[in-house]
Design a protein around this ligand. Sequence first.
Ligand SMILES: CC(=O)N[C@H]1[C@@H](OP(=O)(O)OP(=O)(O)OC[C@H]2O[C@@H](n3ccc(=O)[nH]c3=O)[C@H](O)[C@@H]2O)O[C@H](CO)[C@@H](O)[C@@H]1O
Ligand SMILES: C=C(OP(=O)(O)O)C(=O)O
Length: 416
Amino acid sequence: MSKYIIEGGKRLVGEIPVIGAKNSVLPILAATVINNNTSTIFNTPNLRDVEIMEQILLAIGCKVNRSDNIIFVDSRDISKIRIPEELVREMRSSIILMGAMLNRCGEVEISYPGGCEIGPRPIDLHLKALKELGATIEEAHGFLYCKADKLKGCDIQLDYPSVGATENIMLAAVRAEGTTIIRNAAREPEIIDLQNFLKGIGAKIHGAGTSVIRIDGVDSFTSVEHTIIPDRIVAGTYMIASAITGGEVVLKNIEVEHIQSIIAKLKETGCMIYNNCTTLKIIGPKRPNAIETVQTLPYPGFPTDMQAQTIALLSIANGTSIVTETIFENRFKHVEELIRMGANIKTVGKVAIIKGAKELTGAKVTSKDLRGGAALVLAALAAKGTSIIEDTYHIERGYDGLEKALMALNADIKKI
Ligand SMILES: CC(=O)N[C@H]1[C@@H](OP(=O)(O)OP(=O)(O)OC[C@H]2O[C@@H](n3ccc(=O)[nH]c3=O)[C@H](O)[C@@H]2O)O[C@H](CO)[C@@H](O)[C@@H]1O
Ligand SMILES: C=C(OP(=O)(O)O)C(=O)O
């Protein structure tokens, strides 16, 4: 198992670009099965999850080629409807193949997905909506057998604006007979990116980015070229790297509109932030201010995927902060590791109370999930002395070349 060794206390300075979003490229790769044609996807990050999605596409008969940050998929010869279980269990986004394969093949066999262990992650909303569109779904031995001779457009009211359920419905409905309306849809930027990809292949869909998405089914699709949006969570993580080390970092190739909630909270901690639409400079304070409350919410609220990194920053703030995690039930696994580094944090249910410590000290800690692992890296950058962060594979699910980017900013980090 690889680990990061970080010598803390270096001020991060410099300029780095931000690559395309994991949470965009994964559903878009799943969507490439729909067009029965070719898709060329630019600005794709080199990540373990992306590799797994490529392997899934290969396993069902697609041709897949990667050259640097471009992925080419030819989905004309899909030959299998069973998605290999060992791949599905590796990540959450594999479940999006349900909608995509129902659309393309009218059937799919898939197991329950994996992904970060951050609390129960049911798929009841996905299943209910696909049934409303006319699919039959039978469950046996941990597998879901889904079939639909013809999907039929309908009105779907989501009980919660689930990102994955919204994506699954979009992928199934673009070929359904008639009109589908998704109400209380997720509004994340990745949903807009998926809509743009679908428009690129000829789908009739609009409304992504609002709570109501309207889809008029069509019968055939074309080839497409598509560029993935910048990863707003990677951008936010590097912003905190600057904030936590009192650094001065410039981020290029970002979409500032997508990170407004992160900018607002970091300004409250005393960071100076200057930006235009695609570039941002963040200067960290000598010591961050505590923030009275941070609450994770669906977009455009503060992202749950930035909660752990924010707690790392607040653990050295001047004063007490309260962070409430409203999306996932068990997303505080990083807290016990931060405590090993000298943080003073108590959790009560969904709430973390963080009393800022004067400093953190280097320690041997374990990354237990993707963003929790990133939080430990951030804490180690600020800590006095050496930290060893074990099980970096979680972090590599979501950060392309993390140690290289941090080294370019003057961090003392190596992977062994
Ligand atoms: C690959 C990807 O894009 N992952 C993101 C996606 O995950 P994901 O798509 O899994 O997140 P959802 O928006 O679906 O989940 C949000 C909440 O809804 C609940 N829920 C969801 C579906 C369902 O059928 N039933 C149900 O109860 C979940 O348990 C969770 O409590 O959005 C999350 C919330 O922004 C992010 O943290 C993840 O990084
Ligand atoms: C929770 C995350 O990912 P996934 O949904 O793929 O597990 C994440 O990106 O923080």
